[in-house]
Design a protein around this ligand. Sequence first.
Ligand code: SF4
Length: 320
Amino acid sequence: MSLKRFSKYTTYVPGEKLIVRLDPSTFAISDCERELELGNLMGWVENVSSHKMEYGSAIHNAAAEFVSTKCTVMQAVQVAMEYFRDCGCDPGKDWRNAGHLLMTTNGYLTKYINDPFQPATLELTDDEGKKFKHIAVELPFEIPFRSYPHVDIILCGVIDSYGTMDGVKCFKDIKSTASWDIPKFFEKYRTSIQLMIYAWAMRHLGWVDYYPPALIDGIFLRDNVNKTAKFERSGFIDFEDSQVDDTMDWVRDRCDRIATLLEEDAPFLKNPTRCEKLFGKCKFMNICWEHNETLRDVHMRRLKQVIYDPKTFGTPNNQK
Ligand code: SF4
């Protein structure tokens, strides 16, 4: 059978199986098959990244620098500022601008300057088989997950931090939000697919022999540069074995569906209930619903194709 039909997908190498990398956000956020095809499989992203997304990424980068290099708060804040400046996004009149980012990053890192959460030191192996020590922040993983005649699915992601708090091995995720209902915000993570996949991955990789609990570092943003955000850490979010196992069965089922669509060259269905997102409309709105080809082409010029990889996604050197 010819595999030529896969040629529109970024990870396709002619004559070989199609490699599909799916991260937990694929399952957690998008249940629109068409969005998954356009975004994850075809790799279409906006030419200019969203400043709201980059705002959160800048804080993540600063936090990772702070923990892994033991630099000062100001040095880590500088990392966030440089990242935000270089990302090429434009906040316009939105309050999530560089000044606001500086205040938030400084506040967050200062709060955890004597953090009771201690990141682990992992012994990892590089591509040449050499062992090296790595402070457990920004930990990427890639796990071969499902294999089909013409398609392989790799489950991948990046765990913000893995370590110990109050003697309990756990992992930590940083989330920024404009929500101010703190208990409600934390509560929704008790059923988070993303966190359960992380817990499963850590056990699968042999870092722990049980599904570890999660902690959420919540950054509750305020829409005013003169008012400081609130920083609260959740309690341990525990997952029952059966909860994780059932979730992973569901993830396997989703993978089977994706592979079936690919192998049968069947259409990925649109889901109109998912077009409105937390931060506005889906980025494929104009392409999905525009029937005039010329206009669709105009909208396509706002997008570029990059190869999906959790470690390099969005960087210029992996553009197709
Ligand atoms: S615009 Fe709607 S239907 Fe189209 S990909 Fe986005 S969420 Fe799916």
